[in-house]
Design a protein around this ligand. Structure first.
Ligand code: NAI
Ligand code: PYR
Ligand code: MG
Length: 381
């Protein structure tokens, strides 16, 4: 298979779909890999390293999209990239389609086979290709929150850990999954007073086992959210309903009654955000203020630590990339029910229910969709 790796084009996005080590693995299986010139240079993966791993360096994304059988990326394709996709071509990347009708429409129109990292599952019910970036974003959320709590950054002027004689800051984490747990680890490490809310009792039990009495866990009701948000210096939004748009848990009314200079970090912004006042921001301009509350809503937080993130992401995505390349997408997807959960769009059909439901498309069962498109089969097998 010919595998293409274009350079990422979102604002300050320096991650890349494949590391040189991953290229070497794929080439070892007999595949060809083409990588866009300077695709990884910013994070120390030079063109020379890619060539030594067996890749060919290509000047433009147009050449890569025109020839590759499978495109491996990090972030959702931007409109120009969507327009270059074609029927039978495989796209393997984050998509986050539920809050993004425009991208969904373009991917449906492209006829391509689009596999979203964030909806691939594992046999324990986890999201193995989202988890590494959630670990990064969870850890970063507290680092960024602490930074923006500084007075010169627009914050309240509060040190997370306090000092002897001054109480630590109150950190509220809504959603105690991978992001929430990693946020809690950082916040605790910095000495903050941490509360985690979740809707899942089994998850709250696990959190209690992980952290013991060091964090407060509470069932996530509107009452609990309001009570803790009004006391909080930092709120981290970390909920997920897989594939679906995030529920709006922190209302404008509550935000308007929070401490002036408090910081809210909406990590769930890539699924539309879980605060009513959230809108996606970039690394270049990460924050804005609503009712005196500093909002940090960067939709590609791990891009800020792109070298760590690229390596962590590849540890998780490589085995599936190898399966897709070795078996062909159709067989790889049909052989592995967990990978099949990643199929969001195929040959013009929306094959992920939560996306179809929220955006008003007919949901086509992914197995059926793969069998249906006889003409695409030849091209992707
Ligand atoms: N902005 C960025 O750069 C990044 C964003 N993310 C996003 O962060 C979000 C969280 O991801 P993960 O932690 O991996 O998901 P996860 O599935 O591990 O955890 C989500 C948690 O939210 C809980 N939850 C659901 N509804 C809730 C409610 N009403 N109240 C409280 N808790 C509720 C679930 O029970 C679960 O424990 C996702 O939207 C993910 O896409 C992840 C990485 C980077
Ligand atoms: C998960 C995601 O959106 C990111 O890593 O940018
Ligand atoms: Mg998007």
């Amino acid at each position: 298979m010919l595998i293409g790796v274009p350079k990422e084009i979102k604002n300050h996005e320096y991650r890349i779909g494949l590391t040189p080590s991953s290229v070497r693995e794929l080439v070892g299986y007999g595949h060809q890999v083409i990588v866009q010139k300077d695709g990884g240079t910013a994070i120390g993966f030079t063109d020379d390293m890619y060539e030594q791993a067996g890749a060919k360096i290509i000047d433009t994304p147009e050449e890569i999209f025109a020839s590759a059988d499978m495109i491996v990326k990090v972030k959702e394709p931007q409109p120009h990239e969507c327009e270059m996709l074609r029927p039978g071509q495989v796209l393997y990347t984050y998509l986050h389609l539920a809050p993004d009708p425009k991208q969904t429409e373009l991917l449906v129109k492209s006829g391509a086979t689009c596999i979203a990292y964030e909806t691939v599952t594992d046999r324990f019910g986890g999201l193995p290709l989202l988890a590494p970036m959630s670990e990064v974003a969870g850890r970063m959320s507290v680092q960024c929150g602490a930074h923006h709590l500084e007075k010169a950054q627009g914050g309240l002027g509060v040190l997370l850990g306090g000092v002897p004689g001054v109480a630590p800051a109150k950190v509220l984490i809504i959603g105690g999954g991978v992001v929430g747990t990693n946020a809690a680890k950082m916040a605790l490490g910095m000495g903050a007073d941490v509360t985690i809310l979740d809707r899942s009792l089994p998850r709250l039990r696990q959190l209690d086992d992980i952290f013991g009495g060091a964090v407060r866990t509470e069932y996530s009701t509107n009452d609990a959210i309001e009570k803790h948000a009004l006391e909080a210096d930092l709120v981290v939004g970390a909920v997920l309903i897989p594939g679906a748009a995030a529920p709006k848990l922190l209302s404008r009314d509550i935000i308007s009654r929070m401490k002036k200079g408090a910081v809210v970090v909406d990590v769930a912004i890539d699924q539309g955000g879980c605060f009513e006042t959230s809108k996606a921001t970039t690394h270049q301009e990460p924050t804005y203020v609503v009712d005196g509350v500093v909002h940090y809503c960067v939709a590609n937080m791990p891009g800020g630590v792109a070298r760590t993130s690229t390596m962590a992401l590849n540890n998780a995505t490589l085995p599936y990339a190898v399966a897709l390349a070795n078996k062909g997408a159709k067989k790889a997807l049909l052989d592995d029910a967990n990978l099949l959960e990643g199929l969001n769009v195929h040959a013009g059909m929306v094959t992920y229910k939560a996306v179809a439901d929220v955006l008003g498309y007919e949901f086509i069962d992914p197995k059926l969709a793969l069998q249906k498109m006889a003409e695409a089969e030849g091209a992707i097998a």
